[in-house]
Write a protein of this length. Structure first.
Ligand SMILES: Nc1nc2c(ncn2[C@@H]2O[C@H](COP(=O)(O)OP(=O)(O)O)[C@@H](O)[C@H]2O)c(=O)[nH]1
Ligand SMILES: [Mg+2]
Length: 421
């Protein structure tokens, strides 16, 4: 690159009348380029690579969005607006109904109605038939329309229909988006003609990540600042505004965080990112133990997470990589107690009630992951760092606090490795 730049400068300069002046200028520019390349090379060495891994819907992209909010001024209006179609699609997915020979049913309750004697409870009531027909037609379209006030009102009526509520009461057996209730509670605001999604709406919005997205930022000792944010092979794009070299002069670690798709078909792309990773932030949704996978409805989500964590831990590239395990969706977990269903947790014995039981259940799950970590970590890797954090990715304060702890741990590790501790 340097040679090309010099060659280009050479051809430009050759048109100059005064060659010695041009040569001097050329030398100065070449020296400057070389100095910048050396500096950037040094800066790259200081960048700590963090990888968000975990199964689909474990909260990786929500953590990624939180980091973007914490280390940047937030989402600007065009970016917020880019979420309108995603949020409206989340609404239509929540209320997706289908016209069948037995009547209009929620898309997901077809199996329930086939396997149960009393299938009538899943059929929309007669007075909501027209709305049901309309939404069944919309649900079949490739592109959903923008949510209008009228549509929002009709969706609200349908949401309250006993058949839909009956279906949603068995949400753990269905592929129900976590954001369903939240968006149903805000239908009127979401359908306003001037609607601009709030920060919270964006955090709730569910979009399946494909490809890889990265953000680069600096966690300073007091406060923090963003350096650069740019896409790799992913969805988001924002122009890099500052050179990491300049930012790096200030104190604080520079991190580059990668978010990836979590579904099985996305995982083969992960391996390309495994080189030189400082820490894996593994997201495990601990509320998933009674749910089935989106991509394989015969597989329990927690069992998938267990196998995935085991596989990641054994990757040859991660011999010295630190592991930060985020036991995520604690807010949903605490509402689901007592634990049940999942094969991995079958030795769980409820011993108490209320808050105390929640703590016991959480400690039980944490211990399971700890045991798995040590079983899957060969003796030559025992000096890599392993930390577990209880998270709710939607809770900004908690994510901020957690990331600070992650940062402190990684800094201490660096000092130790440099022989300064
Ligand atoms: N209630 C709750 N919802 C969460 C939490 N973390 C993520 N979600 C929601 O779960 C859905 C999937 O999260 P996402 O970050 O896209 O998962 P990913 O597939 O791992 O990237 C989104 O609708 C999020 O808003 C959490 O801690 N609590
Ligand atoms: Mg994602």
């Amino acid at each position: 690159m340097l040679t090309v730049a010099i060659q280009r400068m050479g051809s430009l300069c050759s048109r100059h009348q005064n060659y010695s002046e041009a040569d001097a200028e050329e030398n100065v520019q070449a020296a400057e380029i070389e100095r910048r390349i050396i500096q950037e090379g040094k800066a790259e060495k200081h960048i700590q690579k963090l990888l968000l891994l975990g199964a689909g819907e474990s909260g990786k992209s929500t953590i990624f969005k939180q980091i973007k909010l914490l280390f940047q001024t937030g989402f600007d209006v065009p970016e917020l607006k880019s979420y309108i179609s995603i949020i409206h699609a989340n609404v239509y997915e929540t209320i997706k109904v289908r016209n069948t020979e037995n009547g209009i049913l929620h898309d997901s309750s077809k199996e329930f109605s086939q396997n149960e004697e009393d299938s009538s409870k899943y059929v929309l009531s007669a007075e909501n038939k027209d709305i049901g027909m309309k939404l069944s037609e919309i649900g079949g379209r490739l592109d959903y329309p923008r949510l209008t006030k009228d549509l929002a009102q009709e969706i609200e009526v349908l949401w309250k229909d006993p058949a839909i509520q009956e279906t949603y009461s068995r949400g753990n057996e269905l592929q129900v988006p976590d954001c369903a209730q939240y968006f149903m509670d805000h239908l009127h605001r979401l359908s306003d003609v001037n609607y601009v999604p709030s920060k919270e709406d964006v955090l709730y919005a569910r979009v399946r990540t494909t490809g890889v997205v990265e953000i680069q930022f600096r966690q300073a000792a007091a406060g923090s600042q963003l350096c650069v944010y740019r896409p790799l092979r992913g969805l988001f794009f924002e122009k890099a505004s500052k050179s990491p070299v300049r930012e790096n002069k200030k104190s604080g670690e520079v991190y580059r965080l990668f978010d990836v798709g979590g579904q099985r078909n996305e995982r083969r792309k992960w391996i390309h990112l495994f080189e030189g990773v400082t820490a894996v932030i593994f997201c495990a949704s601990i509320s998933d133990y009674d749910q089935l996978l989106f991509e394989d409805e015969n597989k329990n989500r927690m069992m998938e997470t267990k196998e995935l964590f085991d596989w990641v831990l054994k990757q040859p590239c991660f011999e010295k990589t630190s592991f930060m395990l985020f036991l995520n969706k604690f807010d949903i977990f605490e509402k689901k107690i007592p634990l049940n269903v999942c094969e991995w947790f079958k030795d769980y014995q409820p011993a108490s009630t209320g808050k105390q039981e929640i703590e016991l259940a959480y400690e039980f799950v944490k211990k399971k992951f700890e045991e798995l970590y040590f079983q899957s970590t060969s003796p030559d890797r025992v000096d890599r760092i392993f930390k577990i954090y209880r998270t709710t990715a939607l809770d900004q304060k908690l994510v901020k606090k957690t990331f600070k702890l992650v940062d402190e741990t990684l800094r201490r590790r660096n000092l130790f490795e440099a022989g300064l501790l």
